[in-house]
Design a protein. Sequence first.
Length: 312
Amino acid sequence: MGAGAFGTALAVALARDGRDVTLWARDLADMATTRRSHRLPDVLIPEGVTITSHLPDAGEADTVLLAVPAQTLRDVLIAYEDVLRSRTLVACCKGIDLTTLTGPAATIARTLPQATGAILTGPSFAADIARGLPTALTLACGSARTGLALQETLSTGTLRVYRTTDTIGAELGGALKNVIAIACGVAIGAGLGDSARAALMTRGFAEMQRLAAALGADPQTLAGLSGLGDLALTCTSELSRNYRFGLALGAGASIDTTLTVEGAATSRAVTRLGHERGIDLPICAVVAALTDRDISVETALQTLLSRPLKEE
Ligand SMILES: NC(=O)C1=CN([C@@H]2O[C@H](COP(=O)(O)OP(=O)(O)OC[C@H]3O[C@@H](n4cnc5c(N)ncnc54)[C@H](O)[C@@H]3O)[C@@H](O)[C@H]2O)C=CC1
Ligand SMILES: O=C(CO)COP(=O)(O)O
């Protein structure tokens, strides 16, 4: 579900590997004839993928990948409850819901408790997956048995899926790395240099670990693909929309508001979560304030540099 960049890329990769795939688009436009998503225009969707805007066409499909933006996941689950509630639902989005302050796996568990929920996350650009470039992902599912089955279902010759039962660690890694990527983009966009970016990545990772530990995640999960792996990719590549959003903020350039930039809303959500739980998340808070245009880059920098000195 979701025929944007990631949903399309996953559909293409799985169909190419022989899976029977239906790709659901909210708005079909001319997709069924052009066999292209406007979010991934260079990629031709193979005939093996059934493209539809009518969800019941998914028929007996037992696994549904939800590749819609994190802030819309809850609405999608509610709107299509009848079709979704008895299936295995794999959230493919990265973010924290601003209303409930939950990640995608927890959002599924709360909204459709009868469904089996899982999350697919980790360092992977849609364009790379669609081109068949080698990619490693994390599949997190509270049920070890379902996780094992999903790992088999979703792995292909070039998509290597690792599994874990730590859904909270996996969803926090994917959500928080986007916030830190915005911070890194700002640093580079404002000309603060590669050393500043390395500091933000490292201290940002410390914030990720702190929040994850407080919410009951296994610290090892954060050191894996869903945390450190995706942090490394997103903080260093101009293919990342979150990083590019930060670059524009830092350079004072115009922002493309049509793109999905998950870290913007998530910076606000995690800042609230931090306040509620009494957890210090200074980089996330600065990103939220920058995103809301509440502070300048200069103030953001001074805020971080003037904090009390501490042990690492
Ligand atoms: N693009 C990428 O390289 C990757 C994206 N992701 C994650 O996948 C999720 C989706 O991102 P993209 O596909 O890149 O975004 P996108 O902007 O390319 O596509 C989003 C899709 O969701 C649909 N959509 C939006 N609101 C909806 C609603 N209320 N109901 C139904 N459909 C709705 C849009 O029509 C669009 O087709 C995000 O959480 C992102 O972090 C994860 C890994 C890689
Ligand atoms: O999550 C991603 C790579 O793993 C995609 O990053 P962006 O959403 O920043 O483009």
